[in-house]
Design a binder for this molecule. Structure first.
Ligand code: ADP
Length: 660
């Protein structure tokens, strides 16, 4: 009796030494086996002998239904396998032979088909070393990769002699496991002439029979099977290539993001890479917010001969596709602009598509945490509808996501720069404060000190003098207080820490309020004559009431300060357009040199310099006014024909209903 661990392939190569084994991948063996079985199923063979040996029950199970069908074609069908769950010796549809797992057969794959005028066989042994190597490499995805990488070495041939030999070995093996089949096997041997060619010289002679069966269908089936597996392979390659392309593209954009904080540069690279990789005719990237009516095309990739849109305005207001993107919060694709109702029902889009020759159109939003930052558009301008490849939409989405992060990063950086500038401005203000402390604060402070010291050390001081001392100290401390207050107001305005409460206001009322404030302040002082000329039908203005009164009061205060009591002050208000009201405070006072008309708005500017100042004041009033007026989007400016020619201060306020 043969040792049970013997390899059938070794036996065959020993018996027929001229045979040269070849290497087969599992897919090829499956294809060959199926084609051989199909030849039987096609009923071209009469009562063939079929012996199939599977390494394990699980491989057999996948083919069990085919063998049930094969059994209808012949009563000489044997299936061998190492049992795993319920494969046992049986004779139900065909002969099932359960061999021991240690049997050499468990590493081999055999199939033999023999008919009167046809024979073919497949005898292979699995190359286990390649499997082990492969399983180490493919730890991550063992099942699929390992199965396709399984390799076998062996013989596939249509030589009748070889097939008879293989059948002989297999029938011998079957007899070991199922001795009760002896007579059936004997019958098979007789019917197909198995075991008759045994020579006496050791090396066996093979008897050749011509095969008179048409094998063309077999070859065709084989080709079909091979093509099917080739197709699978091709698909796998394609998806790997697409993946690699995606990674390359996302990488190149990420590199641009890492290298630069300049969003312009990042967007430029992205437009170029996306356009090129996705073979678009035009790739546009522009910044846009959900409420924007229009964008400017900032970045563009173009194929030769395609109309450029770079630097041009791009209407969002008239583009229903943009609204849809904003509403859905995701990208949209128009496969064919000629038939898509979103285009055909919009005159604006139909015109646009015609002018720009867009046939297929993709619009992908760039979001960051739900906030729209921009749009990526791909235009395909061919005669035919563009065919997208798997994964390309995902690719655009992935790029858009990276762009979102990049833009926010760049914006944060810009904000930082902004903040830095604000800090610098604050720092300058602080230095100014320190500078004026010397002149502005130290002088009154030392006056106060001298006065108080004298009062304390000279108890005999005459009452009148005491009064003078106290008044001086009080006036100076008031001035200091005003300086500190103005300084804080200006700092708050400049650093944007002021909260605005805009309201609809009557200008007349604000002027009245400011006037009463001035009059109260100058209770025992003669003021120039003040007249107001405010149009009766003046619309309401939109501003923060407190701040508007503050501006008016400061300008009136200046006019009073720099105009002698016999002079005149006029407050005028008129609406130049239906959007703004212009307020003018004109005086007949000392005027301003034309070259200083801008400078007077600078912080701490005072015509006569701090030390020679005759009137009170901090030099901060006009700087504060400019900050306030700019805060509601207005303008402020001064006019004067020069020294002693009087001055006019103008500022604008938006009327209610017009957003600043
Ligand atoms: P101040 O507290 O000194 O008035 P402002 O910022 O209000 O500070 O004004 C700055 C300077 O602009 C004043 O010191 C003065 O030289 C000049 N100026 C402001 N208003 C008038 C005006 N109506 N006529 C002439 N000069 C003016």
């Amino acid at each position: 009796m043969r040792s049970i661990s013997t390899s059938l392939l070794s036996d065959l190569l020993q018996a027929l030494p001229y045979l040269r084994p070849q290497l087969y991948f599992k897919a090829s063996l499956t294809a060959l086996s199926h084609a051989m079985e199909d030849q039987v199923l096609a009923a071209t063979l009469e009562q063939p002998l079929v012996i199939a040996s599977f390494q394990r029950e699980r491989f057999y199970r996948q083919e069990a239904h085919r063998y049930e069908r094969l059994a209808q074609r012949s009563d000489q069908i044997y299936v061998l396998s190492a049992p795993e769950t319920n494969f046992t010796n049986s004779s139900e549809h065909y002969e099932k032979v359960a061999f021991e797992p240690e049997d050499g057969l468990s590493q081999e794959w055999h199939l033999v088909v023999i008919a009167q005028n046809y024979a073919t066989c497949l005898v292979c042994r699995e190359n286990l070393s390649s499997l082990a190597k492969n399983s180490q490499l493919s730890d991550l995805a063992p099942s699929v990769d390992m199965d396709t990488a399984r390799r076998f070495e062996g013989i596939w041939t249509a030589e009748r002699g070889v097939s008879l030999k293989v059948a002989e070995f297999l029938l011998d093996r079957i007899l070991i496991y199922r001795p009760e089949l002896a007579s059936k096997i004997k019958q098979a041997r007789r019917r197909y002439g198995i075991g008759r060619t045994r020579g006496s010289s050791g090396a066996e002679q093979v008897t050749e029979y011509a095969c008179d069966i048409d094998t063309d269908p077999f070859v065709q089936r084989l080709v079909t099977y091979l093509q099917a597996s080739q197709y699978k392979l091709h698909k796998a390659y394609r998806s790997i290539a697409a993946q690699a392309r995606k990674e390359r593209l996302v990488n190149s954009i990420s590199t641009a993001i890492r290298r630069s904080l300049n969003p312009q540069e990042i967007l430029k690279v992205a437009a170029q890479q996306l356009g090129q990789n996705l073979e678009a005719c035009r790739c546009l990237i522009y910044r846009a917010q959900a409420t924007d009516l229009q964008a400017i095309i900032e970045h563009e990739f173009l194929r030769p001969g395609v109309l450029s849109l770079l630097g041009q305005p791009w209407s969002l207001e008239n583009n229903p596709l943009f609204w849809e993107v904003v509403q859905l919060g995701e990208g949209i694709y128009v496969a064919d602009t000629h038939t898509d109702p979103r285009i055909t029902t919009s005159i604006a889009l139909t015109d646009l598509v015609k002018r720009l020759k867009i046939r297929s159109w993709l619009m992908e939003p760039v979001f960051y945490q739900g906030r729209l930052l921009g749009i990526v558009e791909l235009h395909y301008c061919h005669k035919h509808v563009h065919q997208w490849q798997a994964g390309e939409f995902d690719l655009v989405e992935a790029v858009a996501t990276s762009l979102g992060v990049a833009l926010i990063q760049a914006e944060a950086y810009a904000n930082l720069e902004d903040l830095n500038q604000q800090l610098e401005a604050l720092d300058r203000t602080r230095s100014n404060l320190i500078a004026i402390t010397g002149h502005e604060l130290r002088t009154p402070l030392s006056t106060i000190q001298v006065c108080l010291e004298s009062l304390a050390s000279e108890p005999d001081m005459p009452l009148e003098l005491q009064q003078v001392m106290l008044n001086t100290a009080l006036t100076d401390s008031e001035r200091m207080q005003k300086l500190v207050q103005d300084f804080l107001t200006l700092s708050n305005l400049e650093s944007g820490r002021v909260e605005w409460h805009p309201d609809s206001l009557s200008l007349q009322e604000c002027v009245d309020l400011a006037l009463s404030r001035i009059r109260a302040r100058a209770a025992n002082q003669k003021l120039p004559k003040i007249t107001t000329q405010i149009a009766k039908n003046l619309p309401l203005v939109r501003a923060d009431g407190d701040w508007l009164v503050e501006v008016l009061a400061k300008l009136m205060d200046n006019a009073c300060k720099f105009t002698p009591p016999q002079g005149k002050i006029t407050i005028k208000a008129q609406n130049n357009s239906n959007k703004i009201v212009e307020v003018t405070i004109a005086d007949t006072g000392r005027g301003i040199e034309p070259s200083l008309l801008e400078v007077v708005f600078d912080r701490f500017y005072q015509a006569e310099g701090a030390l020679r100042r005759t009137t009170g004041g901090t030099g901060l009033g006009l700087a504060i006014c400019r900050q306030i007026v700019n805060g509601w989007g207005g303008e402020i400016w001064a006019e004067s024909d020069g020294k002693n020619q009087g001055s006019k201060f103008h500022f604008t306020v938006p009327v209610t209903g017009v957003r600043s």
